[in-house]
Design a protein around this ligand. Structure first.
Ligand SMILES: NC(=O)c1ccc[n+]([C@@H]2O[C@H](COP(=O)([O-])OP(=O)(O)OC[C@H]3O[C@@H](n4cnc5c(N)ncnc54)[C@H](O)[C@@H]3O)[C@@H](O)[C@H]2O)c1
Length: 259
């Protein structure tokens, strides 16, 4: 489905990003895996190679807006071609009652979840416009549509990503660039593990019970795997989805049924 394409995935060192990178590679794309440290980026690229795919590592912190273009150019050189697909997956989460929200934590989260996406898109778009070809997929969240309590920073950061997806889709449609979001529900990654452990500590329960209770709200009764998110991204990044733009696709087992 993605043979000949070059994809750049941020936050690809672990969790959903790693699953997305592996999935895009399994569909034939050359994938540049990018994360904050060289060590985890290298390990994810090695996973892709071990599975028979083409993986390349670029260490990049998405909060460094001024270095975004250089990271993409470096990735394109390694992969031997320009970036066709940009997947913005790097993200942070924290939960706190609103009145206890610390400005530094809020600003750090926005720097990664919002400005990091803006920076990577701004750096990738000029070349896509010249080539009149490109796919951008942003990993938002169902909580960007219906935010949870005690998650004003996170939920609103994902609402910003969904809004930015729509604005860019309108602006870039005339250049044949598709911009969409994927909204996961519950994927058991380090992010979820930390959350379940924190709630368990606060409520005197076991983290496994917290996770089971969360899944009880999901009609399909199970969490998603990183590969489930990867398959949705692969579809949106392919020409099979050439007439889909500005959309935010829930991949959440039916947990969220609003637009
Ligand atoms: N896990 C879920 O249930 C869930 C649900 C909805 C949305 N999401 C979103 O999916 C994305 C991935 O989440 P995850 O669960 O895999 O989390 P994770 O913590 O397992 O992975 C996040 C990755 O982002 C990287 N990262 C963090 N800051 C970065 C920065 N400044 N520059 C580059 N990389 C950075 C981390 O190093 C890590 O590898 C996030 O955007 C998250 O908000 C996750």
């Amino acid at each position: 489905m993605l043979e000949g394409a070059v994809a750049f995935v941020t936050g690809a060192g672990s969790g959903i990003g790693r699953g997305v990178a592996l999935c895009l590679a399994s569909h034939g794309a050359a994938v540049i895996v990018s994360d904050v440290s060289a060590e985890i980026s290298d390990a994810a690229a090695a996973d892709i190679k071990a599975a028979g795919g083409r993986g390349f590592a670029v260490a990049h912190d998405v909060t460094q807006w001024e270095k975004a273009a250089a990271a993409l150019a470096h990735g394109a050189r390694l992969a031997g071609g320009p970036i066709d697909i940009l997947v913005n997956c790097a993200g942070l989460y924290f939960s706190a009652p609103f009145h206890e929200l610390l400005p530094e934590a809020h600003e750090r989260l926005y720097a990664v979840n919002v400005s990091g996406v803006f920076a990577m898109c701004q750096a990738a778009i000029p070349d896509m416009k010249v080539r009149r070809h490109g796919k951008i997929v942003n990993i938002a969240s169902v909580s960007g549509k219906d935010p949870f309590a005690r998650s004003a920073s996170y939920g609103s950061s994902k609402s910003a990503v969904i809004g930015m997806t729509k604005s860019l889709a309108k602006e870039l449609g005339p250049y044949n660039i598709n911009v969409n979001s994927v909204c996961p529900g519950l994927v058991y990654t380090k992010m979820q593990e930390d959350q379940c452990r924190r709630i368990a500590d606060e409520t005197g329960r076991q983290p496994e019970d917290v996770w089971r209770q969360r899944l009880a709200a999901v009609p399909l009764g199970r969490g998603q795997e990183p590969s489930d998110i990867g398959e949705a991204v692969a579809f949106l990044a392919s020409d099979r989805a050439r007439n889909i733009t500005g959309q935010s696709l829930n991949v959440c087992g039916g947990q969220q049924m609003m637009d």
